[in-house]
Structure formats: structure tokens, C-alpha cells
Write a protein that binds this ligand. Structure first.
Ligand code: PMP
Length: 405
């Protein structure tokens, strides 16, 4: 079924505005996506009628909030097909989720001389927490490289994984190259050697149906704000067998069972990892965003986004001097590029003057910049509310700017 994009766009009023004298074209969806009215209204309605701190009171407002928060967790559980809601931890976003695993898994399972594998295409959020943990523990960080097309050299995993490897962390989808990584193959190779796998799903969760049980991943992290939900909310899915054996990340209210000055015992999952007042408004908004996706035909939205990518790639390749970074056969709607002779920041600023929002810079992926020997890139990233007409306007804008330089 072809999705009715003009109807969908009505759910995103932010898109219908003039920026710098031109209709807004929002191509920065990999940084953050826009929120449909259904999400905004749910959050507003909740804040105006039902607010009360969760889990800690007998009054009705608190009970309503708790119920909305816990049903939000159930919505996420279903979205991920997690075996139980206790395996769904609300965090502030992908970054916090990965830091949580790097710290707590590191405390429980990593010692001096052990090894952790990440890949060359990771966002800084899936590099630095591991580096910090390795420094603390005296462990070694190893890196799986990628090819010129932007595909991981999966074959190298067999030699990279050793008896000392304790965990492997990899992006579902690269935020710079757009590559969709072959998770099933990576996870199978790691599990063959009893190595658990964390998936950075920041760019995966917004574009696919996720089934953590079918994938058999050990951890899956994502952010609400890239999934048409609010900022400040994210999720860490973890298999109970790991979470049960990991110490808490933060201490405070809610994560405890009983506190005495001599000793504190901890709460059950998932609360052991949810210290303090959680961002329950965000969790409720995230659940509304997931429900919004379910009310549409997700499969047709995925196909539509892919068609946009194909069209944009084809058009951009007509522009002389334009180089696309990342041309793996399996990609999501992300195109990072440079045009010879134009500084990426100039390009970004001038596109903005034409109402077109793209990202420029190092894209939180210094190793990817180093791989290609560039300082910065321009990145256009698409969502299902973008249109073929917008891609045409983008293409024409680039041609015009190229002519100016
Ligand atoms: N990983 C990837 C692949 C990302 O694209 C991002 C966001 N750009 C993150 C992690 C971090 O997400 P957040 O800032 O929402 O924590």
C-alpha cells in the first residue's frame, strides 16, 4: 500500500512553515525527527490532567501516572518483542543506555586484559563509554573496520573475537554511512564464542520493526526523539540473564529495596536501573509515538523511505564533484556527502537560507571522518513525511549553489 503522505504531513504541523522565505524542507531526521500532534497532545493532556510522581503514593493522580508509565513500558515491550516488561529500562536516551551497560556490565564482567569490540563506524556514544570503562578496568578496545562502500569487514570478526572478548557493541544503522549492519550474522558469530552483543539502535529503531528475541541481541538501545517521540527519553532493552547480574548504574530513590547505613539492597528489574524520578512524561510520549507508527502501515512507510533514498542518491550522483560517503547495498535514508570546492559549513548555511535543514560537521563520528580523510561532511537524512518534491528542490538548490562557487 502506498502511504498517503499529504495526510501524514498534516499530523506534523511543524513541517508546514516558511523558513528564511522558503517552505521548510526538513532533512535532519537522523539528528532528531519531528513529533506528530498525537504525541504532543498526549503529553499535554497528561500534563494538564494527570500529573503525580509515580510508584510512591496512594493518591489517584500518582496512580494514574504510574499506570500510564507502566503501560508505556508495555507498549515498548511489544514494539521490541521483549520477553518481559522487566527487560525494558527507561533511560534518557541511547547515550545513557550505552553508558549504563558499559559501566554496569563492565563492573560485573570485565577485568584487566579483557577485550571489548566496537566498530569503526560507531557514533561517539558507542565508543567513548567503552573507552572510559576500558581505562578504568585496564581492558583493551578493539575495532572492526569498514570498507570504502561502508560495509563492516565481518569476516575479520572470527580473528578479532578471542577468548578474552567480553562484549561486542555495534550500530544497527550507521548515522553517517546509513549502512544497515548484518546483525543476525554478527550476533551469531559473537554468540558462537559466548560473547554478548549490544546494538546501538538509535538509527535502527526509527526505521524497522525490531524483534529483540528473533535477533537474539543481548542489549538494544534507542532514543525517543529520533522515533517521533519526545527528547530526554530512551530505552535500554537487556536480557534478564545479564541485567540480573549487573550492579545498578545510579543510586537513589526507586532503585532500592531497603536502605540501612550498614547495607542497601536493590529493587527488582527494571527499577534497579531507574534511580530517581524517571522522565515519565517522556515515556508516555514515546508510547504515543510508537502507537502512532502502529496506526500507520509501518512496512509501507519503510518502503517509502527507501524509495526516497534511491531517488535522492540517483539525483545527487548527477552532480559533478559530489562524493557520497557510504554506498552499501543495504542502507537507510541517510546521505553524507561533500561537494569539491565548497566547504560543508558554507553549504549547510546556504541551504538553510533556502529553507533546507541538513546537518554539517563531524556527525559525532570522528573515526568515520578519519577513514575518509575529511574534516566534515554534509548529511541529508529522510523520514516518511519527506517527499519526492522536496528531494527535487534539494537537488536544484545544490546545483544552484555549485554554480555560485
Ligand atoms: N548512536 C547513534 C548511531 C546516533 O545516531 C545517535 C544520535 N545522533 C546516538 C547514538 C546518540 O543518541 P542520543 O543523543 O539520543 O543519546
Amino acid at each position: 500500500m502506498i502511504p498517503d503522505i499529504s495526510k501524514i504531513r498534516k499530523d506534523f504541523p511543524i513541517l508546514d512553515q516558511i523558513v528564511n522565505g522558503k517552505p521548510l524542507i526538513y532533512f535532519d531526521n537522523a539528528a532528531t525527527s519531528q513529533r506528530p500532534v498525537q504525541v504532543v497532545e498526549r503529553v499535554n493532556e497528561f500534563s494538564l490532567r494527570s500529573n503525580g510522581n509515580i510508584h510512591r503514593a496512594t493518591h489517584s493522580m500518582a496512580n494514574r501516572t504510574t499506570e500510564a508509565f507502566e503501560s508505556g513500558r508495555e507498549v515498548v515491550r511489544k514494539y521490541l518483542n521483549a520477553a518481559e516488561a522487566a527487560e525494558v529500562i527507561f533511560t534518557h536516551g541511547t547515550t545513557e543506555s550505552i553508558n549504563m551497560v558499559a559501566f554496569s556490565f563492565g563492573e560485573a564482567f570485565i577485568s584487566e586484559g579483557d577485550e571489548v569490540i566496537v566498530t569503526e563506524m560507531e557514533h561517539h556514544a558507542n565508543i567513548v563509554p567503552w573507552q572510559m570503562m576500558c581505562e578504568r578496568k585496564g581492558a583493551i578496545l578493539k575495532v572492526l573496520p569498514f570498507s570504502e562502500e561502508g560495509e563492516l569487514h565481518i569476516g575479520l570478526l572470527d580473528s578479532l573475537i578471542t577468548g578474552k572478548t567480553r562484549i561486542l557493541a555495534v550500530a544497527h544503522v550507521s548515522n553517517t554511512l546509513g549502512t544497515i549492519n548484518p546483525l543476525a550474522e554478527i550476533i551469531a558469530k559473537a554468540h558462537q564464542k559466548n560473547v554478548p552483543v549490544l546494538i546501538d539502535g538509535a538509527q535502527g529503531a526509527p526505521h524497522f520493526r525490531i524483534d529483540v528475541q528473533a535477533l537474539d541481541c543481548d542489549f538494544y538501545a534507542f532514543s525517543g526523539h529520533k522515533l517521533y517521540g519526545p527528547t530526554g527519553i530512551g530505552v535500554l532493552y537487556g536480557k534478564r540473564k545479564w541485567l540480573d547480574r549487573m550492579p545498578p548504574y545510579l543510586g537513589g530513590g526507586e532503585m532500592i529495596d531497603r536502605v540501612t547505613f550498614a547495607k542497601t539492597t536493590y529493587n527488582e528489574l527494571p527499577y534497579k536501573f531507574e534511580a530517581g524520578t524517571p522522565h515519565y512524561v517522556g515515556a508516555i510520549g514515546l508510547a504515543a509515538a510508537i502507537e502512532y507508527l502502529h496506526n500507520n502501515d509501518i512496512q509501507s512507510l519503510i518502503q517509502y523511505e527507501h524509495d526516497l533514498l534511491t531517488e535522492a542518491t540517483y539525483k545527487l550522483k548527477q552532480i559533478e564533484g559530489l562524493r557520497i560517503y557510504g554506498e552499501a547495498p543495504l542502507k537507510t535514508g541517510v546521505i553524507s556527502f561533500n561537494i569539491a570546492g565548497i566547504h560543508p559549513f558554507d553549504l549547510g548555511t546556504l541551504l538553510d537560507q533556502m529553507g533546507i535543514a541538513v546537518r554539517t560537521g563531524r556527525l559525532c563520528a570522528d573515526p568515520v571522518m578519519d577513514h575518509f580523510g575529511v574534516e566534515n561532511m554534509v548529511r541529508a537524512s529522510f523520514a516518511f513525511y519527506n517527499t519526492s518534491g522536496e528531494i527535487e528542490a534539494f537537488y536544484r538548490a545544490l546545483i544552484r549553489l555549485k554554480g555560485m562557487f
